[in-house]
Ligand binder design. Structure first.
Ligand code: FMN
Length: 184
């Protein structure tokens, strides 16, 4: 699959068949993540693999999808139905040691998004499905999965084989013409 068709066919997938993601597929996805660019090539990012049903449920329980009118926080329980979840984390101290506050914040987070995009394209090219998830409580997730203190979880990628019709229709996108403000 060439990169343009891969980008065009990628959709957020939130429903899975339950068929396992193989170790070879998982390795290929992780390797794609390592190929993402990194500010100063510091690569201050690490991946936590969540495989067991119990750990996936614990991860889903830390998620949120907004607050209802009655003040109850909704969770994203579909996350637990993925076969494997990759939690993309960063180490703010490592990036901060070189770039100060901007390293601890913007650079670390943008590095994680580059990793996520590479991984999502790899997932698509492998015929699997995922969604980039930021709706979770990072402190609660660290606590429930026992993620080391120096790491900050930034994004989750719950990955699995897409359920039939999981993809839905084409998603609305603004065109380049609508997004380019001016040319100098
Ligand atoms: C940084 C980021 C965070 C996101 N967080 C969530 C999330 O917490 N839950 C979710 O269901 N989708 C999440 N999404 C997926 C978006 O809703 C999705 O990309 C958007 O609706 C466009 O659909 P598409 O991915 O199929 O093109 C996130 C996407 C990005 C880029």
């Amino acid at each position: 699959m060439d990169v343009f068709s891969c980008m065009a066919s990628r959709r957020s997938i939130r429903s899975f068949t339950g068929e396992p993601v193989s170790e070879a597929q998982l390795h290929a996805i992780l390797e794609a993540g390592t190929m993402a660019p990194s500010a100063g090539n510091m690569q201050a990012r690490e991946f936590v693999i969540v495989r067991s049903a119990e750990a996936r449920r614990a991860a889903a329980d830390t998620s949120d999808a907004g607050i209802t009118a009655r003040g109850k926080t909704l969770t994203q329980q579909w996350i637990a139905t993925a076969d494997v979840i990759i939690v993309i984390c960063y180490d703010p101290r490592r990036m901060g040691a070189r770039y100060g506050e901007k390293g601890r914040t913007d650079m670390s987070k943008l590095d994680c998004m580059g990793v996520a995009q590479n991984m999502m394209l790899a997932v698509t090219a492998l015929g699997l499905g995922t969604t980039c998830v930021i709706g979770f409580d990072a402190v609660a997730l660290k606590h429930s999965l026992g993620i080391p203190a120096e790491l900050t979880p930034m994004l989750m990628l719950p990955i699995g084989h897409p359920a039939p019709a999981a993809q839905g229709g084409p998603v609305f996108r603004l065109t380049p013409g609508e997004l380019v403000r001016f040319t100098c």
